[in-house]
Design a protein around this ligand. Structure first.
Ligand SMILES: O=C(O)CCC(=O)C(=O)O
Length: 281
């Protein structure tokens, strides 16, 4: 069996979106080409809803089939031409029975679709004086956990609100993941309160890397994203963080840190599984 790599170069593309799908996808492709030329990453991540405005009234109009739709085809081509893995943020997916999902695709350097995650926990909240959002008005939830391997390292995928559900992250840890990637778009109410906290909590609880990629903040948009795409290591240290604007963040992920933390603070083997547990149904 091939030996797992220790260092993974990661690039997060915090992209500014617009209502023009073709322009949004083209912007992503240009930024992919540039970061590959400048930094040669193994893996590139894109934001939640990077090809459309984030809002329930937009999802059906922008929805595409996967992998036959325009955005999938462009990401597949970009992965192949640039010889890079791409976690393609999310797009509204037109699925079976005319249902729409908020879906993340993962592309290998061969151009092949190697994983697809449909957001499991829909973002339905009503914070008085803050934000009301109800994805379930137009979206259906996914029912599958999603992992993929890159150079021998297992990575789990969640989407934005999924990060609030610690059981999901724990199940990924139980399954051997060393990183969880969440394309995400927090907002100006919950972002300042919970964005960093949740990432550091999931990283600390499960002793793995947590990676988020947000759209850039656009004060003119219906939904103003918080930005601050981030990489948190298994000690819960922030090792890279964007500001609010359109920005590319790169970092070398040292997987040896996963083993160090797990050996030095062995909470995983110290859990009282005789008294409690987190099980996949
Ligand atoms: O959980 C939050 O506060 C934000 C979640 C969100 O924006 C999303 O799921 O798209």
């Amino acid at each position: 069996m091939a030996k797992a790599i220790n260092t993974l170069r990661l690039a997060l593309l915090q992209l500014k979106g617009s209502s023009d799908k073709t322009a949004n996808v083209r912007n992503a492709i240009i930024k992919i080409e540039k970061v590959v030329k400048d930094h040669q990453p193994h893996l590139i991540t894109l934001p939640e809803c990077f090809n459309c405005p984030y809002g329930t009234k937009y999802f059906r109009e922008y929805a595409e089939q996967i992998p036959d739709g325009f955005t999938s085809q462009q990401l597949s081509k970009a992965a192949l031409e640039n010889q890079v893995f791409i976690v393609g943020g999310t797009i509204p997916e037109l699925g079976e029975n005319d249902r729409i999902f908020n879906t993340c695709t993962v592309w290998a350097p061969s151009g092949e679709l190697i994983a697809k995650h449909r957001k499991m926990h829909l973002f339905d909240i009503d914070v008085k004086g803050g934000i009301r959002f109800k994805e379930s008005e137009t979206l259906s939830p996914g029912n599958e956990f999603t992992t993929f391997k890159i150079e021998g390292r297992k990575i789990g995928i969640g989407i934005c609100y999924d990060i609030r559900f610690e059981e999901m992250a724990r199940l990924y840890r139980n399954d051997g993941c060393e990183m969880i990637i969440y394309p995400a778009a927090f907002n100006m109410t919950t972002g300042p309160l919970h964005w960093e906290l949740l990432q550091r909590a999931r990283a600390n609880d499960n002793q793995l890397f947590v990676v988020t990629t947000s759209p850039a903040r656009d004060l003119a948009a219906d939904y103003v994203a918080y930005g601050h795409s981030m990489i948190v290591d298994p000690w819960a240290k922030i090792i890279a963080c964007a500001d609010e604007g359109e920005q590319t963040v790169t970092a070398d992920i040292d997987f040896a840190i996963v083993d160090q933390v797990r050996q030095q603070i062995p909470v995983f083997s110290q859990r009282r599984l005789d008294l409690y547990g987190t099980e996949l149904k």
